[in-house]
Design a protein around this ligand. Structure first.
Ligand code: ATP
Length: 237
């Protein structure tokens, strides 16, 4: 679905990502692991059009993404859940979800109502709090809402930037369970960047490991989880 070839990207002429190549197969959950500052957010922002690549190719279903405005990347079927969630603080849960409606939402069978039902089924907590304002939600509820907005947009590919950040272990475990459930249920493809290797490897199919803007390992999540160097660096072994 997504093919990244020899991507170099960064800020003010200084590359952060260096010659990076990565593939996301349709229907899979691909995990990119990396420590603070490895360039994970830069990768997500380059795919979603917030940062312009310096060189290389980004292809979504064979069509080039580089140079597209962020709204055209959404139209190509990519929904980005940024780090820090960015829910609208002054809007209710329900209003935050309405704001996420896209042309693809309207085209999908059942439109917004069906999408809303799916979000509330996946996250019953959001349904209970549908009239509560964004600012008053807990961190976990805000992350659910951020993922809920991505679902409403009816994307083919969801980019998730550190969904576990700042969440208690039980909360992020259930967040990862919801992502796996969504992937199983309707085949939504995910690219997830994470520092929390254990949980991400549990739900992912393939994994890449990134250090200082370069990929240093790739394989099935089972292979990556068994790699002694990865265990030492990311799994606290
Ligand atoms: P974290 O987990 O801490 O968010 P990350 O792996 O997502 O880290 P990035 O946020 O992509 O890493 O940052 C990679 C490098 O790019 C860092 O050295 C950072 O200082 C630099 N960087 C990030 N955003 C900018 C920016 N807007 N301008 C200049 N440099 C930036």
């Amino acid at each position: 679905m997504l093919e990244i070839q020899n991507l170099t990207s960064g800020y003010a002429g200084m590359p952060v990502l260096k010659n990076l190549s990565l593939t996301v197969e349709t229907g899979s959950i691909v995990v990119v692991l990396g420590a603070n500052g490895a360039g994970k957010t830069t990768l997500m922002n380059t795919i979603s059009g917030l940062v312009r690549p310096m060189s290389g190719h980004l292809l979504m279903e064979g069509r080039p993404l580089a140079g597209l405005a962020a709204e055209d990347v959404v139209a190509a079927g990519i929904s980005h859940v940024p780090q820090g969630r960015r829910v609208f603080p002054g809007l209710t849960v329900g209003e935050n979800l309405i704001v996420a409606v896209t042309a693809a939402t309207k085209r999908a069978p059942g439109g917004f109502d069906q999408a809303l039902e799916e979000v509330y089924e996946l996250f019953p907590r959001l349904k209970e709090r549908r009239n509560q304002l964004g600012w008053s939600l807990s961190g976990g509820e805000q992350q659910m809402l951020a993922v809920g907005r991505a679902i409403v947009a009816r994307p083919k590919l969801i980019l998730l930037d550190e969904p576990s950040l700042g969440l208690a272990p039980l909360i992020f475990q259930s967040m990862f369970d919801a992502i796996a459930e969504l992937n199983r249920r309707d085949g939504t493809t995910f690219l997830v960047v994470e520092q929390n290797a254990e949980q991400a490897l549990r739900i992912g199919h393939r994994a890449y490991v990134m250090e200082l803007g370069e990929l240093v390992a790739e394989g099935s999540t089972a292979e990556i989880a068994r790699d002694p160097a990865i265990e030492k660096a990311y799994l606290g072994a």
